[in-house]
Design a protein around this ligand. Sequence first.
Ligand code: IPM
Ligand code: MG
Length: 353
Amino acid sequence: MEAVIVLLPGDGIGPDVTASARQTLQAVADKFGHRFAFKEELMGGAAIDACGDPLPPATIESCMASDAVLLGAVGGPKWSDPNAAVRPEQGLLGLRAALGVYANLRPVKIYDALAGASPLRAEILDGVDLLVVRELTGGIYFGAKTRDADSASDLCVYQRYEIERIVRVAAKLASTRRSKLCSVDKANILETSRLWRETTDRLMADEFPDIEVETLLVDAAAMHLMSRPSDFDVIVTENMFGDILTDEASMLAGSMGMLPSASLGDSARGLYEPIHGSAPDIAGRGIANPCGAIASAALLLRHSLGLEDEACAVESAIEDAIASGARTADIAAAGETPISTADMTDAINRYLN
Ligand code: IPM
Ligand code: MG
């Protein structure tokens, strides 16, 4: 097949891991007989430096004309002055809104060989295979903000239809897995959460009576994720709770550098990004873990291009490379010699078949 893929390297380690994902996608194209056209565009702090806008119109245009978008990471100390007029993160939020990608899928998969990289005991990790479905274009991230010298406010708003569509995505995914859905809210405090719970309960009873539904308050969910992570199948939650819980959940996998994400809307076009940030402390040193970005490329193949076999081939290649002992610094145990981003990428691509 032919596809146009827009790459948004962004900031910090973003360019390193995006280059890795591109190499793997090119290797997939060569091996399976596809033609991918890659187009790189400016985004985040790099775009602020180039033209003062974290999401230039040309970037939006290219993304809208593409089959899929792969993003590295945005942000860094250079652009994080609290009084800055524009911020890299605004570009990312603007892009998510422009693409209409309201469903952010964050799968947490544990590689057996990496059980020792997690701060949790191996027996707690046994059987962990969960998927967080985070609402991505609503809630407190997108509500009105106010600020004066001594006060500030951020409005959290949800419409019923926004809750219904994300819960449907999560429930459909649950029905292809272990048929368990956990909805996370803060309904003892927040009005938006009470609407969330009421809407979820009704929709699940009406449309997905065969799926087992559990509801947790977000503070309890944070605890249960650590104490009984293998009980979870699909977790659905609002934007900010999903942001926080997925950083926490990444510790199950040993490193944020391992986890991919897919952001999907109503069309096939999706936005794919590793869940890690720009990691300015290691930027430009060639030691970042490319696994999250490469696993995001696998999700791109699956969800935007419909190439399931190719997606599985990439996921197995990551697993095989890890099993063979390839480790970047973030997942290397004491005594293991870490390898570079480029060598990790080569190791993965060697197992692609
Ligand atoms: C994420 C990130 C972003 C978010 C930031 C960079 C805006 O933390 O994708 O999880 O908060 O959504
Ligand atoms: Mg986050």
